[in-house]
Design a protein around this ligand. Structure first.
Ligand code: AHR
Length: 540
């Protein structure tokens, strides 16, 4: 099987949409020609783009490496409860407030038999997972995940095996999870000790089926037909309108079939699904030529991916004369490039191997901040998104036997969940720009803002891409200015390559940021440091 990394190399990214010039895109329309000028952010609380779906800042846990075993589930550890769940990890995920978590894969799901993971633990088979060449003990499965989700207060986003699995097996899992009683699979759940159905709403119809690395990889037409069949059977089992089904879109703009895959898949299954998935991993590697200035602007390329994928959905909608508009599920996104490739993705037939344990630095966190701004700007269309992943595997939370630490990327992610609530505002940002190869003119300042209608509070997220200088910001309040700043934090530092570790868990950590003074003139001025991501919350 071709690894994803080698496949993307082989298909050469040059000339792909990932490298397209973005200077004509609408969200970059207002650049200031003066390179030293103050950046202006015009905010009108009445100018709303969309209400943020509570599932926009989700995450992902795969049976991969130490994400599940040693990550969230470690029976026998002094840090675990009676169910074997790591309580320190649960506390951290509760503190973050992660709203939805995709499970059990990823590539893993395409060879997974969900029946191996339910029932008495002593009867569950140890199996070879052929996606990561890892032994899976199946000691953690569907019922364990549901119990864990309940304990941490998050929703499940369940992945289905449409690789080796059949539509019938996918529908059987829906029956196991969502039917109360009286059918073969609902009775099996009850026999396994769970009387009440889980009523899982969100389902992914397979994973990255466009990728030659995927177990069961097939053509777009074959997959589209299989997804349609699975969706029809699933809806027969659970006809409730709250069942939301996501078809697999392209696994990234580097794919030779990018967008054409999406179009052909939707041609077959548009009428049966609610959303289409996107995936994207970015790195300061070949794509950026190692340029940090370009790297921290790559969220704009991801944003273009959203626009292009939505356009394909809309073309198919129009062709089918459908009244239904699909949402997008950006159910895997992150930085991932160091712990990647054959040295890192082969479990050598061991249990819970150290795989994909990427260590994140400051510049990664700045880009993640930019991506979160991008997701907010497209909240009208992107209703689910998952930081991939959550624990140990390309993750903000890293564990060992005695505890955990938070990686740099965990801070902007946590701020988005905490402060990015309510409606996303349609900002006008006028900022000086710089040239980044392949991206065109990139504004130094990237901003997002949300307003919570419940209490009128306003959250603003500001990425300063200037790696050398602080930048002056003037917020122009159009309409009423908010109250005083009630929370302010900044992530910055001298060294873009600095990262956290068990030895130095707070090397890169949020610092306090001076509260901007109240604005009698309808304007608020503040300065953001070089290389920074800042969050400010104003009272309503
Ligand atoms: O998140 C790691 C892997 O990246 C997932 O298993 C797969 O879907 C993607 O290629």
């Amino acid at each position: 099987m071709l690894s994803r990394r080698r496949f993307l190399h082989a298909t050469a990214l040059a000339g792909s949409a990932a490298a397209a010039d973005l200077s004509l895109t609408p969200w970059l329309r207002a650049q200031s020609p003066d390179a030293t000028a103050t950046a202006r952010i015009y905010v009108d609380p009445e100018r709303k783009l969309a209400a943020i779906a509570p599932t926009l800042f989700g995450s992902f846990l795969e049976h991969l490496g130490r994400a599940i075993y040693d990550g969230i589930y470690e029976p026998g550890s002094k840090l675990s409860d009676a169910s074997g769940f790591r309580t320190d990890v649960m506390d951290e995920i509760r503190r973050l407030g992660v709203p939805i978590i995709r499970y059990p894969g990823g590539n893993f799901v395409s060879g997974y038999n969900w029946l191996d993971g339910v029932g008495p633990k002593q009867n569950r088979p140890k199996v070879l997972d052929k996606a990561w060449n890892t032994i899976d003990s199946n000691q953690f499965g569907t019922d364990d995940f549901m119990a864990w989700c309940k304990a941490v207060g998050t929703l499940p986003l369940m992945g289905l095996n449409l690789g080796t699995g059949t539509p019938e097996q996918a529908a059987a899992l829906v029956e196991y999870c969502n039917v109360e009683k009286g059918t073969e699979w609902s009775e099996l759940r009850r026999k396994n000790g769970v009387a009440e159905p889980y009523n899982v709403k969100h389902w992914c119809l397979g994973n990255e089926m466009d990728g030659p690395w995927q177990i069961g990889h097939m053509t777009a037409e074959e997959y589209g037909l299989k997804a349609a069949d699975a969706a029809r059977q699933m809806r027969m089992v659970d006809p409730s309108p709250s069942l939301k089904l996501v078809a697999c879109g392209s696994s990234g703009p580097g794919m030779p079939t990018y967008l054409e895959w999406d179009r052909q898949v939707l041609d077959q299954c548009y009428n049966y699904v609610d959303g289409l998935s996107l995936h994207r991993y970015l790195g300061n590697d070949e794509e950026t030529g190692g340029s940090s200035a370009k790297y921290v602007a790559m969220n704009l390329s991801l944003e273009q991916q959203i626009v292009q994928t939505a356009a394909v959905c809309d073309v198919v909608q129009a062709e089918k004369r459908s009244k239904k508009q699909l949402h997008l599920s950006f159910d895997e996104w992150n930085v991932w490039y160091r712990a990647r490739g054959p040295k890192f993705d082969n479990g050598q037939r061991t249990e819970a191997p150290h795989l994909l344990e990427e260590i994140y630095n400051l510049e990664d966190a700045l880009l993640v901040g930019g991506i979160l701004n991008s997701l907010m700007r497209h909240a009208a269309r992107v209703r689910i998104a998952c930081l991939a992943q959550l624990v140990n595997v390309i993750a903000p939370i890293m564990t060992n036997d005695s505890g955990l630490f938070i990686q740099t990327i965990g801070y902007p992610y946590g701020w988005a969940i905490q402060y990015g609530r309510g409606d996303v505002l349609d900002l006008l940002v006028q900022a000086p720009a710089y040239e980044a190869e392949g991206l065109g003119a990139v504004p130094y300042i990237d901003a997002g803002a949300t307003r919570n209608p419940q209490d009128g509070s306003l959250g603003m997220f500001v990425l300063n891409r200037d790696l050398n200088k602080p930048r002056e910001i003037e917020v122009v309040w159009e309409g009423s200015a908010p109250g005083k700043a009630i929370a302010t934090q900044v992530l910055t530092g001298d060294d873009l390559k600095a990262s956290n570790s068990f030895e130095q868990p707070k090397k890169v950590a949020p610092q306090s940021f001076p509260s901007p003074a109240a604005a009698p003139s309808g304007r608020t001025r503040f300065e953001v440091p070089a290389r920074s991501y800042t969050v400010i919350q104003w009272a309503g």
